[in-house]
Design a protein around this ligand. Structure first.
Ligand code: AHR
Length: 501
C-alpha cells in the first residue's frame, strides 16, 4: 500500500497545551491504596508513597493529574481526609461500593503531586453536596491563612497554600449512575453559582463544567447547549469523557473508533460556538477531555463483581491488562488530541495506576508498564509544541463504527525551540506494509533523528510483571529523508514515531 502526506511549517493548527498529556487518579480499587500509596512497601518514602511508581510517573512527565474522582467524588466529603490519620473516619464509597479509610486526602495527594512533578486538578462534589463544600475546599487549598479553613490547613502541617488553579465542577453529572445526578438545567445552575462563588474568591481560577459522559448519552449534545446556556460566562472548559472497547474482537472496527472521538470534539466545539454566538460573547471555552482510554477487558466482570460485594477495602478493580492492539487505538486517540489542539486544551488518560491504567503494581511487590504506557510516553515526550496540519492521501475503509476511515493516521508536531518535528503515524492496515511519503514544506534541510516503532506480531500480546518488555518501543531502520521528503516503510499494524531535526 502507498500513502502520501504533506506538512507545511506555516500551516499551524495551534499550540499544543502540555496539559493534553495529563492523567487521572481516583479513589477507586487500588489506584491510591497499594497503587501510589503503600506504607511498608520496600520502595515507600517517608509519606508512604511508592517511589517505584513516582519514578514511572516522572518518566511520563505528566503535566496535570485530576483527583479524587470520577464517580467517587460525588459522595465524597473532603473533610474526612484531613487532620491526624488516626482520627479520620472510615467511610463508604457509594460509587464503587468499597471502604474508604481516608488515609490519603487532599494534603497527602498534593504532596504526592509535588513528588511526582505534576499539577493538581481538583474536582469538587456537586453530587451529594454543593457550593459551600466547594468553597471550604477552595479556601483550605488556596487561602494563605487567617480564616477558618486556611488556618486548619496550617494546623495540619501545610503553611503555604497549594494554589490549585484547575477545578472540575463535579463529575459526569449527566449520568444516571452518578450520586446526585442532575438534569442539564439543574446542573448548569449549580455549576454557574459554584463558579461565581469560586471566581469571587479568585477570578483567575480555571473552572471545568461537565459535558457529556460519552457521545452515546441520550442527552448528548443538547446537554452541552443547556449547561452552557446557564454557565458560559463563568466557566473556562467543558469536560468530555470517552472510553473505547472491542467486545466484538473486530480489529478494524476497533481502530475506526477514534474517528468517533474526532466527531465528538467537532460537534461539541460547534455547540460551544453556538452558545457563544447566542450570548454575543467574545469569550472562548475549550475542551477538557479529562477521561479517556481503552476500557473493556474486564469491565463487565468488574461491574458484576462490585454490585454485589461487601464493601471491601482497596480491592482489585478495573485492572485492565492492555495488549498491543490497544497501543494502536491509544496512538490514534493521542493523534486526535494533537490535531484538535485548537479546541482541546486538557486531556487526562484514565487512569494512571492500577485502575484502567498504564502502570500496574503488585501489592507489596513490583510495578510494571503496560503496553499503552509507551504511546503515551512518546507523545508526552515528543508531542509538545505546535500542531501542524497534515494533508493525508491514504487508502480508506468502511467499518461499523464509522465510514471512510483512513488506514494511515498522522499527527505532526513542530517544536520550534528544539528545532525538531515529530510525526506520529499509525498504520492500521491489518496485513499490508505501507510506503508513506511525507512532503515537509518549509523544512528544506530536515534530517532524520530516529524512527521509533511499537509493533508485535500478536495483537493480543501483553506485558506483565514477569515479562515487562514484551511490547515496547524499539529503534527502526524504516525511514530516510531526502530533499525535504520523508520516505517511511510502515509495518502493518504499527505505531511509529519519526523524529526530524
Ligand atoms: O474512570 C472510571 C470511571 O469512569 C469514573 O469514575 C467515571 O467518571 C467514569 O464513568
Amino acid at each position: 500500500m502507498k500513502a502520501k502526506a504533506v506538512v507545511h511549517k506555516e500551516f499551524r493548527i495551534g499550540r499544543i497545551d502540555d496539559r493534553v498529556y495529563g492523567a487521572f487518579l481516583e479513589h477507586l480499587g487500588r489506584a491510591i491504596y497499594t497503587g501510589i500509596y503503600e506504607p511498608g512497601h520496600p520502595s515507600a518514602d517517608e509519606h508512604g508513597f511508592r517511589r517505584d511508581v513516582i519514578k514511572m510517573v516522572r518518566e511520563l512527565n505528566v503535566p496535570v493529574t485530576r483527583y479524587p474522582g470520577g464517580n467517587f467524588v460525588s459522595a465524597y466529603n473532603w473533610e474526612d481526609g484531613i487532620g491526624p490519620k488516626e482520627s479520620r473516619p472510615v467511610t463508604l464509597d457509594y460509587a464503587w461500593r468499597t471502604k474508604e479509610t481516608n488515609e490519603v486526602g487532599i494534603d497527602e495527594f498534593a504532596a504526592w503531586c509535588e513528588a511526582a512533578g505534576t499539577e493538581l486538578m481538583l474536582a469538587v462534589n456537586l453530587g451529594s453536596r454543593g457550593l459551600d463544600e466547594a468553597r471550604g475546599l477552595l479556601e483550605y487549598c488556596n487561602h494563605p491563612g487567617g480564616s477558618r479553613w486556611s488556618d486548619l490547613r496550617i494546623k495540619n502541617g501545610r503553611r503555604e497554600p497549594y494554589d490549585v488553579r484547575l477545578w472540575c465542577l463535579g463529575n459526569e453529572m449527566d449520568g444516571p449512575w452518578q450520586v446526585g445526578h442532575k438534569t442539564a438545567y439543574e446542573y448548569g445552575r449549580i455549576a454557574n453559582e459554584t463558579a461565581k462563588a469560586m471566581k469571587a474568591f479568585d477570578p483567575t481560577l480555571q473552572l471545568v463544567a461537565c459535558g457529556s459522559s460519552h457521545s452515546l448519552m441520550p442527552t448528548y449534545p443538547q446537554w452541552e447547549a443547556d449547561v452552557l446556556d446557564e454557565c458560559y460566562d463563568n466557566v473556562d472548559y467543558l469536560s468530555l469523557h470517552m472510553y473505547f472497547e472491542n467486545y466484538e474482537d473486530d480489529y478494524l472496527n476497533f481502530l475506526a473508533k477514534p474517528v468517533i472521538l474526532d466527531r465528538y470534539i467537532q460537534t461539541v466545539s460547534g455547540v460551544i460556538d453556538y452558545v457563544k454566538a447566542k450570548k454575543r460573547s467574545k469569550k472562548d471555552i475549550y475542551i477538557s477531555f479529562d477521561e479517556w482510554n481503552v476500557w473493556y477487558h474486564c469491565r463487565r466482570q468488574d461491574s458484576d463483581n462490585f454490585k454485589s460485594w461487601d464493601w471491601p477495602e482497596a480491592p482489585a478493580l478495573l485492572e485492565e491488562v492492555y495488549n498491543f492492539e490497544d497501543v494502536l487505538v491509544v496512538g490514534c486517540i493521542l493523534n486526535t488530541f494533537i490535531r484538535r489542539a485548537d479546541r482541546v486544551r486538557i486531556a487526562c488518560i484514565a487512569q494512571l495506576v492500577n485502575a484502567i491504567a498504564p502502570i500496574t503494581t503488585e501489592r507489596g511487590g513490583r510495578a510494571f508498564r503496560h503496553t499503552i504506557y509507551y504511546p503515551y510516553l512518546l507523545a508526552s515526550r515528543h508531542g509538545r509544541g505546535e500542531s501542524l496540519a497534515v494533508a493525508v492521501d491514504t487508502p480508506r475503509y468502511n467499518a461499523k463504527a464509522a465510514d471512510d476511515v483512513p488506514y494511515i493516521d498522522v499527527a505532526a508536531v513542530h517544536d520550534q525551540a528544539a528545532g525538531t518535528v515529530a510525526l506520529f503515524v499509525v498504520n492500521k492496515h491489518p496485513d499490508e506494509e505501507t510506503e508513506l511519503t511525507v512532503d515537509l514544506a518549509g523544512f528544506p534541510s530536515a534530517r532524520l533523528i530516529e524512527h521509533i516503532l511499537i509493533h508485535h506480531p500478536d495483537l493480543k500480546a501483553v506485558n506483565s510483571a514477569d515479562a515487562p518488555d514484551v511490547v515496547k518501543p524499539q529503534l527502526q531502520n524504516g525511514s530516510l529523508v531526502e530533499e525535504g521528503r520523508v520516505l517511511c516503510r510502515l509495518k502493518p499494524r504499527s505505531y511509529n514515531l519519526i523524529r526530524l531535526s
